[in-house]
Design a protein around this ligand. Structure first.
Ligand code: SPV
Ligand code: MG
Length: 583
């Protein structure tokens, strides 16, 4: 089923076998250090086939020292995030095995349970110290005791491909080449799958000498942190199996974090760093946010899916020029808060949380709290559909498309969003009254509002809009003609609900209308009529008043009374010095 999202991570291939293949292959292979889920993901995306879970780096990202200050269970918890985020084979830098043979057994059981491909243990004494800190003063483990750890680990692992890499610290501790080779051979005989030979010299001489003497008895692993200037081909020619780049992701992160933090502290602004750092979108991508959204669409029931709204708010407001010099109509104060805020608060109460407002005229004055503002830059030359087109493509869930100048009783929106119809509109059937002073958006329906027929579906047949009236278009279908309110069954109040299925159809029809030369003059009723012409059923929900549109100064004055009546007990009233005087 192609629509089904991949789980966030592919089912784990056999990661133990993959690491084992890297150790045994006749190519030089590489492990890159990672220290948490994000860095593991980044290492995979860079192209690496395996990860070194560095003790130094994991300690450092916790902000502690590489002296077993982080507990082994804290390390194992971090490995789980790394395995999940990368799905790569991970070789854990398991220090000394965090104790004796028995601690190694328990460690390996836990590592296998979390999908870790192998562990490297070093022949030092718990608690260890990093090899680059006073290496000579560090005691080495007793050879036999260390061989017992390797044997215990091999006897414990369930997957035969789980790898135990034995790390020889004799060169670090200054015990010489003979001792290093003696130890490596003992560890190989105890069952180690590979030998990590470590050196802190800035040249690769000891490593190359060791490799010559070792002569391929078991795969060799190296960590060229100190002899980093050695050309990689030298390792290839020496027959090394695996190179570990041990701490370079952590160190690059530290340098970047230091630079960013210092810059922001000193400049007290973000402008100097914004373009230098990963965008928030990039972080979302690394977290696989898109997969979550796809899964949400599949698995989260419609009731829990967030509902969306698109609010058309680009216009200044005809007849409202006197009060809209510095703001668009939707920012006019009504009973203490902007018209748009009444609408948004109403939406939020019905779990319509994903709200896009299309601004135009004085969009800079729109309060963007809790909304996404998109701007129709051509608002002065275009109509409602051009504004809608700026927003609708980004919307994917059930959506309410609404004019920005509406006030309504809460049930009007509640009933609309709860409708199962693909498309539904609210039509006010009250014959006269507050809202019929302005001549627009007359609705012709399949039957009139007859309360006796409560529950019988009513379909919209035509909406006669202001723009159509201005263009002198013919009126309603079925012989009803003219602009008069008389023949209509009511007035579309400016709210349309579209389900996800309806949205696909609406976007198609909007695209088709977009090809018309007169697209810039079209309004939402044109879209409704085009949908109907293409066979869409648009359900009508009749109301009897209980809403207000703000179309002129008179509406503006009267809106406050309506709004006051909608306040809940306990709602505080913000006072707005710019509110219109009471008539
Ligand atoms: C680590 O990455 O923690 C290592 C390698 O053990 S090193 O730091 O070079 O010892
Ligand atoms: Mg280490």
């Amino acid at each position: 089923m192609s629509a089904e999202p991949q789980g966030r991570f592919e089912a784990p291939r056999n990661r133990c076998a993959a690491l084992r293949r890297m150790l045994r292959s006749d190519q030089l292979e590489f492990l890159m250090e990672a220290h948490n889920g994000l860095s593991a993901r980044i290492v995979r995306e860079a192209g690496f086939h395996g990860i070194w879970a560095s003790g130094l780096s994991i300690s450092a990202q916790f902000g502690v020292r590489d002296n077993n200050e982080a507990s082994w269970t804290q390390v194992v918890d971090m490995l789980e995030f790394m395995a999940d985020a990368s799905n790569l084979p991970i070789l854990l830098d398991g220090d000394t095995g965090y104790g004796n043979f028995n601690n190694v057994r328990r460690l390996i059981r836990k590592l296998e349970q979390r999908g870790i491909a192998g562990v490297c243990i070093e022949d030092k004494v718990f608690p260890k110290t990093n090899s680059f800190l006073n290496g000579e003063r560090q005691p080495l483990a007793d050879i036999d005791e260390f061989c017992g750890k390797i044997a215990a680990g091999k006897a414990t692992q369930l997957d035969p491909d789980f790898s135990i890499v034995a790390r020889v610290e004799a060169l670090i501790a200054g015990w010489g080449m003979e001792e290093a080779l003696r130890r490596a051979e003992a560890y190989r005989r105890a069952g180690a799958d590979a030998i990590l030979i470590h050196s802190k010299l800035s040249r690769p001489d000891e490593i190359l000498a060791f490799a010559r003497e070792w002569a391929g008895r078991a795969p060799l692993v190296i960590v060229p942190t100190r002899y980093y200037s050695t050309p990689t081909d030298v390792f290839r020619k020496a027959g090394i199996s695996l190179v570990i780049w041990a701490n370079h992701v952590l160190r690059s992160a530290a340098a970047a974090m230091q630079s960013t933090a210092r810059e922001i502290f000193e400049s007290e602004t973000l402008v100097n760093v914004e373009d230098r750092i990963a965008s928030v979108e990039e972080i979302f991508r690394l977290q696989d946010a898109a997969e979550y959204s796809a899964a949400e669409r599949l698995y989260l029931s419609a009731a829990h899916t967030s509902r969306a709204a698109v609010v058309l708010a680009a216009s200044r407001g005809k007849g409202l020029e006197a009060v809209t010099v510095d703001r668009p109509k939707v920012m006019l104060p009504i009973a203490g808060k902007p018209l748009l805020r009444w609408l948004i608060d109403g939406f939020k109460r019905e779990s319509v949380n994903d709200i896009t407002v299309v601004g135009g005229y004085r969009a800079d004055a729109i309060d963007t709290a809790g909304i996404r503002l998109v701007i129709n830059e051509r608002f002065a030359q275009t109509g409602e559909l051009a504004s809608l087109a700026c927003a609708i493509d980004a919307v994917e869930s059930d959506t309410v498309i609404a004019y920005g100048d509406l006030l309504f009783r809460s049930y009007v929106l509640r009933d609309l969003v709860e409708s199962d119809a693909e498309l539904a509109v609210v039509v006010d059937s009250s014959p006269t009254g507050e809202n019929n002073r302005t001549v627009r958006d007359f609705a012709y329906c399949s039957r009139r509002d007859d309360r006796g027929l409560f529950g019988t579906p009513v379909l919209l047949q035509h909406v006669f809009s202001a723009a159509q009236a201005a263009n002198g278009a013919a009126g309603a279908p079925d012989g009803e003609s003219g602009v008069s309110a008389g023949g209509a069954h009511g007035r579309w109040i400016g709210m349309l609900k579209v389900s996800r299925a309806g949205l696909t159809r609406l976007k198609e029809v909007l695209r088709e209308l977009g090809a018309r030369p007169d697209f810039d003059t079209l309004d939402v009723p044109h879209l409704l009529n085009a949908l109907i012409a293409q066979g869409a059923a648009i359900e009508v929900q009749y109301v009897h008043g209980h809403w207000r549109g703000v179309n002129d100064l008179e509406d503006f004055r009267r809106a406050a009374d309506f709004a006051h009546a909608q306040r809940r007990f306990g709602d505080s009233e913000e006072t707005d010095p710019t509110a219109p005087p009471s008539p």
